[in-house]
Design a protein around this ligand. Structure first.
Ligand SMILES: C[S@@+](CC[C@H](N)C(=O)[O-])C[C@H]1O[C@@H](n2cnc3c(N)ncnc32)[C@H](O)[C@@H]1O
Length: 156
């Protein structure tokens, strides 16, 4: 199962991974809509959930965390990679949750919203849902000395 709220992204993903269409169910779903997320439920719980570089693009992450917690097995894990907020925050203000306009692809016609959240805000959302943190990685871009991405592993 894989999803995005952009039908275009799902079409591209299907083209790009035509080799796994018989194994992966690609769906359009809004990660801020708890009911839509629960509609992804299968007959058996998921063992693993992964969000690759999407948390910083999602306006409200609470429904996603709650739905993933609800739909994974009792020893399931939820891993996500996202912007490292310590190095990308706007207005010289790390702690205030806000929208940071930015560029994902050079030449894009309009700036897009990045949702800046401190690490404690992200983790406290996870803890309030019931998740436990059991992995934390900081990843620099190529040979740089500053991590621009963080990867967090949670388990139920
Ligand atoms: C940086 S892209 C990453 C895409 C993909 N996960 C990858 O690794 O190539 C972030 C994605 O988050 C999706 N997104 C943003 N808000 C969303 C939401 N509320 N529900 C579902 N997807 C969302 C965007 O459409 C975009 O495709």
């Amino acid at each position: 199962m894989a999803f995005d709220y952009s039908a275009n992204m799902i079409e591209l993903a299907k083209k790009h991974r035509a080799d796994v269409l018989d194994k992966v169910d690609f769906r359009v779903c809004d990660a801020t809509d708890y009911q839509q997320l629960l509609n992804l439920k299968q007959s058996r719980p998921f063992n693993k959930a992964f969000a690759n570089m999407a948390i910083m693009d999602i306006s409200n992450i609470e429904p996603l965390f709650k739905a993933v917690y609800e739909m994974i097995s009792s020893n399931g894990i939820f891993v996500f990679a996202t912007h490292h907020p310590c190095y990308t925050y706007p207005n010289n203000d790390y702690f205030t949750t806000c929208i940071n306009k930015g560029v994902a692809i050079e030449g894009q016609p309009v700036l897009q919203n990045y949702y800046h959240r401190s690490i404690s805000e992200i983790l406290n959302t996870a803890f309030a849902t019931g998740f436990v943190l059991d992995g934390f990685y900081e990843v620099p871009f190529k040979n740089e000395k500053t991590p621009i991405i963080m990867i967090i592993r949670l388990h139920k």
